[in-house]
Design a protein around this ligand. Structure first.
Ligand code: NAD
Length: 270
C-alpha cells in the first residue's frame, strides 16, 4: 500500500460518489483514503465498505472535509457547486490534487476557483470520458472548418434528477464550438427559446435540454447548413466511465505544477 495513491471521495453517497469508490477500489494504483457526505446524512460515522453494501473496509464516512483532505493525495469531487467551492479552499491549503466533476457553477463561482489553482492542481471537466473529450476537439475543428453558414445547436438528454441545465458537457461543447469560431460563448449563446423569438440570429449557438427517466448522458452537436446537417453525437451507457476518467486525472495530476487543467490536458488531446 506504500506506493499506492490515496484518493478521498467527496459526496460518496451520491450516484457518482459510489461509482468513484468503485473505480478507486478497482484501480491497482489507488486506494480510498477518506470519504465525505453532506452533514446530517445517515452514512456519517459508519464504515464506508458497509455503506456500499460490502464488508467493512476501515474507512469511516465523515461530514468534515478538512479531516479527509488533510490525509489524502487527491480529492475526487462530484457534489454541488457550494460544496466544491468550500473543498477547493481546503484542497489548496493542503496542496493536493482536486479533481472537480461538479457542474452548474455560475461565472462568479468559476472566478472564485481561480485563487485555489495558484496553490494546487485543479482538474475540472464537465465530462471525464475519453469519447466526449474527443468530441470536444472534433467540435472545435468542425466549427472552424464550416463557419457561420452552418447553424450550431447543442442538444442534450439526462435523467430526471439532474439539477442543472444546460449540462456541463453541453457547455464544454459550446465553448469548443465558440473557440473554433474565435468568439466568446457568452456573446453568442442562445438558451431556452420560447414564444415569438424571431428568426435565428446568425452565429448563435443554441442549447436544448431534455430531462427524463434514467438517461445517463447524451449529447448531439448539430451543424445545420442549407441542404445538409452534420451531427456529432455521444452517448454514455455507464457512469463508471466518468469515474475511471476522474481517477486517471487524479493520477496524472500528482506530478504537475499548481494550475487549472482539464481532461483534454490529461488525455493529451490538444
Ligand atoms: P447526486 O445528487 O447523486 O450526488 C451528489 C452528492 O453530493 C449527494 O450525495 C449530496 O448529498 C452530496 N453533497 C452535497 N453537498 C455536500 C457536502 N457539503 N459534503 C459532502 N457531500 C455533499 O448527483 P450525481 O449524479 O452524483 O452528480 C453530482 C455532480 O456531478 C453533478 O454536478 C453532476 O452534474 C456532475 N457529473 C459530472 C460528470 C462529469 O463527468 N464531469 C458526470 C456525471 C455527473
Amino acid at each position: 500500500m506504500t506506493d499506492s495513491i490515496g484518493m478521498a471521495i467527496a459526496g460518496v453517497a451520491g450516484r457518482m460518489g459510489q461509482m468513484l469508490a468503485r473505480a478507486v477500489m478497482d484501480n491497482p494504483l489507488t486506494h480510498i483514503s477518506g470519504a465525505t457526505v453532506r452533514p446530517g446524512h445517515d452514512w456519517v460515522g459508519r464504515d464506508l465498505g458497509e455503506c456500499l453494501g460490502g464488508g467493512p473496509n476501515g474507512i469511516m464516512v465523515l461530514d468534515d472535509p478538512l479531516e479527509v483532505i488533510a490525509h489524502t493525495h487527491a480529492l475526487l469531487d462530484f457534489t454541488s457547486p457550494s460544496a466544491t467551492l468550500g473543498n477547493a479552499e481546503l484542497a489548496a491549503q493542503a496542496r493536493i490534487v482536486h479533481v472537480i466533476g461538479t457542474t452548474g457553477f455560475s461565472t462568479a463561482d468559476l472566478k472564485s476557483l481561480s485563487p485555489a489553482a495558484r496553490h494546487a492542481v485543479i482538474i475540472r471537466a464537465g465530462n471525464f470520458s475519453l469519447g466526449v473529450n474527443l468530441l470536444t476537439v472534433l467540435t472545435r475543428k468542425v466549427a472552424a472548418a464550416l463557419g457561420t453558414d452552418y447553424d450550431i445547436e447543442i442538444i442534450e438528454a439526462h435523467h430526471r434528477h439532474k439539477k442543472d441545465a444546460p449540462s456541463g458537457t453541453a457547455l464544454m461543447l459550446g465553448e469548443a464550438a465558440a473557440s473554433g469560431r474565435n468568439v466568446s460563448l457568452s456573446d453568442v449563446e442562445d438558451r431556452a427559446r420560447d414564444g415569438i423569438t424571431g428568426a435565428r440570429t446568425a452565429g448563435a449557438i443554441g442549447f436544448h435540454a431534455i430531462r427524463g427517466g434514467s438517461v445517463i448522458g447524451e449529447h448531439d452537436v448539430v451543424f445545420a447548413g442549407d441542404g445538409e446537417r452534420l451531427i456529432l453525437s455521444h452517448k454514455a451507457d455507464d457512469r463508471l466511465l466518468f469515474a475511471r476518467g476522474a481517477v486517471k486525472a487524479a493520477l496524472w495530476g500528482q506530478d504537475k505544477k499548481p494550475g487549472a487543467y482539464d481532461m483534454i490536458d490529461v488525455l493529451g488531446l490538444d
